[in-house]
Design a binder for this molecule. Structure first.
Ligand code: ADP
Ligand code: MG
Length: 698
């Protein structure tokens, strides 16, 4: 594709600012712009003009329908399409779309998770246009990004709290910037670039596995002779079939204005990654949801399936999502970029100190933001990153932090004592090469890379957590500094005292080692190994206070969300357990039974020809397999009994029960079945093996 074609294609399905400038009256365009920059609300008149222009544009592009496009608590997006048609005299139709329809919708929302926020008698929620996110066309429908709330205004989605947290972070950061004499900045925006990992497998093998179809991951599967040991896949040559997929995926994403930038093979066989260029957190969130959807859709066209599950294959690297997060001003200054003047450096150190303090104080909030059943197979389970939250700063920055704390000379660079606001910082190389891949939160020169996110989850929650924590610390700093008589001195002391008090959260070593688990415990860091344990901290009073203070969540909203997460956790494990039971009964058991029957038949046949033939090999195999099959039958019944059992008196107990009782029994059952797979002849084994799956794309 030529350069020109790409630039024509890019954003061609988006009603973006350029299109608005061309198609709206000046008054209307300005009203929209004000709405975005100042958070002003949109007059109905403006909405009417906007809707009319959107409709014309969409129809020209072949659209026939419109939908409010929102992000309920299911973690995926929702849409309900209405056509533009309106009947007129003579049995004809006109294409209509009003300002009211643009601005507000009322889907019958009773089946979306609400965690008890919405009783069925008041089932209707409403959706309201988010004018900061552009409308776009997908599958012949004009999609209008919206928030989704209950009638009383409680958030039922992932977008509302994100927008609230972005506003609040902006407010508090601007307060701090004013203290540095910055009067020009009106707004501060969190910027996010999510790197998305995924697996591609052939659709024909996928369709033969009930577990993949129903749960997105393999519930059985013996370790293949070749996995990722050779590390020959990482950044390796991309196979033609995958390359064709990636090319079409890029083009589809570009049409939607998504800045798909980097693509490469990942560590595991069949694993790949896509990274866009970063955007504001709201756009990045919308775009990541769309990216996941388009990834699956395009795979289908290539007779492949895109697996977004965090751990599709046991014993093989899982998939995560790296959330690169920074904050920058509307004047284009990245506040996590070490500056070139003493004043810029002082500002950088203050924002850095705020981040360090926030992460230390709200470790559990961050941990909860990535607690999902799929992610349990990664975090704290011998895979990167660990479940313990810590920050990697790199050697240079750590040395600077140390020297500030101790008031000592920063010797490495031949500097005298670092006096904040007076001295320049030594040069901190961006993207230092010794980047630590095991750290859950790494400073990478001008941003933090939060690496704990699961590949399938919405990035909204983690960014809500990062934004709100940062807003809280900045508000405390602003409170203190606004009162100070001597700003420079107060600033110096604040930075030093903060770093000193929260130094324990900084860790530059190897996060995979057992030694770190012990060390972290000595430091008093939290280590919440699974979702069931993490969610117990969700509603701690200090967490509720944090979110209420900044208007991000009310206590009711948090309680509802916690309920939804707990319920979802139990449901996911429950579905997996039932799928296992079904597969054992319908696929595994009959196959193993048939094979052992044939083995027995062979032994009998051989002996009928030569009576004293030993048949030791067959006999011992038959014994082994039969014994394992007995065990599998017992374990399967046990699992079934556990599912019928009492999970406890409340949602916490239920989550605990599913994790430590049901899931544990699933592991036992899996172990027996996987051993059987290594013993039974390939022709008899009823489902594709790991080798078939992982190397299905030639
Ligand atoms: P790596 O794999 O080396 O971490 P990638 O290039 O795959 O790097 O991804 C880095 C991501 O970080 C990209 O999405 C990029 O746009 C994003 N990014 C770069 N700078 C910033 C920033 N200042 N704020 C937020 N995200 C950023
Ligand atoms: Mg990358």
């Amino acid at each position: 594709m030529s350069d020109k074609k790409v630039s024509e294609l890019f954003g061609s399905m988006v009603f973006n600012e350029e299109v608005m400038r061309q198609r709206l009256s000046n008054t209307c365009y300005k009203a929209w712009k004000k709405c975005v920059t100042d958070g002003a609300s949109l007059e109905l008149e403006t909405a009417h003009e906007m809707a009319a222009a959107m409709k014309e544009w969409a129809i020209e592009k072949g659209a026939t329908h419109f939908t409010h496009w929102f992000q309920p608590m299911t973690g995926v997006t929702a849409e309900k399409h209405d056509s533009f048609i309106a009947p007129v005299d003579g049995g004809r139709v006109l294409m209509q779309f009003s300002g009211k329809e643009l601005v507000r919708g009322e889907p019958d929302a009773s089946s979306f998770p609400s965690g008890g926020l919405r009783a069925t008698f008041e089932a209707r929620g409403y959706t309201a246009w988010d004018p900061t996110s552009f409308a776009f066309i997908k599958d012949g429908s004009l999609c209008i990004p919206t928030v989704f709330c209950s009638y009383s205004g409680q958030a039922l989605d992932k977008k509302t709290p994100l927008l609230r947290s972005m506003d609040e972070l902006s407010r508090q950061a601007v307060r701090v910037l004013r203290l540095f004499g910055d009067t020009g900045v009106k707004k501060v925006v969190s910027q996010v670039g999510p790197e998305q990992e995924y697996f591609l497998i052939d659709k024909d093998v996928f369709n033969q596995r009930e577990d993949l179809i129903l749960t997105g991951r393999t519930l059985f599967g013996a370790k293949p002779p070749k996995g990722q040991e050779l590390e020959d896949h990482y950044f390796g040559t991309i196979k033609p079939r995958v390359a064709a997929y990636m090319k079409e995926l890029d083009e589809e994403l570009w049409k939607l204005g998504i800045l798909a930038k980097t693509k490469h093979n990942e560590v595991a066989p069949a694993q790949h990654e896509l990274a866009p260029i970063y955007a504001d957190a709201n756009t990045a969130g919308d775009h990541n949801q769309l990216t996941m959807e388009i990834m699956k859709k395009v795979a289908g066209r290539h007779n492949m399936v895109c697996l977004l599950h965090e751990k599709p294959f046991a014993g093989v690297n899982g998939s995560g999502k790296h959330d690169n997060w920074s904050i920058s001003t509307d004047t284009g200054v990245n506040l996590f970029r070490p500056g070139s003047t003493p004043s810029q450096n002082a500002r950088f150190l203050l924002f850095l100190a705020a981040f360090i303090k926030g992460v230390d104080e709200y470790q559990e909030v961050l941990r909860c933001s990535v607690a999902t059943p799929g992610n349990d197979h990664r975090l704290g389970a011998q895979e990167a990153p660990p479940a313990i939250i810590s920050i990697f700063l790199g050697d240079e920055l750590t040395a600077i932090v140390d020297s500030i704390i101790q008031g000592t000379e920063y010797v490495e660079h031949g500097k005298k004592t670092l006096s904040i606001g007076v001295d320049s910082l030594p040069h901190i190389p961006q993207d230092n090469t010794d980047r630590n891949r095991t750290s859950p939160l790494a400073f990478t020169g001008n941003k933090f890379e939060f690496r704990m996110l699961g590949s399938s989850q919405s990035i909204s929650g983690p960014n809500v957590a990062l934004n709100t924590i940062m807003a809280e610390e900045l508000s405390q700093f602003a409170d203190a500094l606004e009162k100070a008589d001597d700003f420079q001195n107060a600033l110096h002391d604040l930075i030093r005292d903060t770093l000193k008090a929260h130094q324990r959260i900084i860790f530059n070593g190897n996060g995979y080692e057992d030694a770190w688990v012990e060390e972290a415990e000595r430091r008093g860091l939290s280590n919440l190994n699974c979702t069931a344990d993490a969610l117990k901290t969700y509603l701690k009073p200090q967490h509720i206070a944090l979110f209420e203070k900044h208007g991000v969540f009310t206590k009711e909203e948090l309680t509802a969300r916690n309920e939804i997460h707990l319920e979802n956790y139990c449901e996911v494990i429950g579905i997996e357990a039932r799928t296992m039971i079904d597969m054992v009964r319908k696929d595994i058991f009959p196959a193993v039974s048939a094979y052992s029957g044939d083995l027995a038949g062979t032994i009998a046949a051989k002996k009928s020809v030569v009576a004293d033939l030993p048949c030791t090999a067959e006999t011992s195999l038959l014994k082994k397999i039969s014994a394992l099959l007995e065990k599998v039958a017992v374990q399967n019944s046990q699992l079934e009994a556990l599912l019928a059992g009492d999970p406890g008196k409340d949602a916490y107990e239920a989550a605990h029960y599913y994790r430590y009782t049901v899931f544990a029994a699933m592991q036992d059952l899996r172990e027996s079945v996987d051993t059987l797979e290594t013993l039974v002849a390939a022709d008899y084994w009823p489902i594709p093996s790991y080798t078939d799956l992982l190397f299905s794309i030639k």
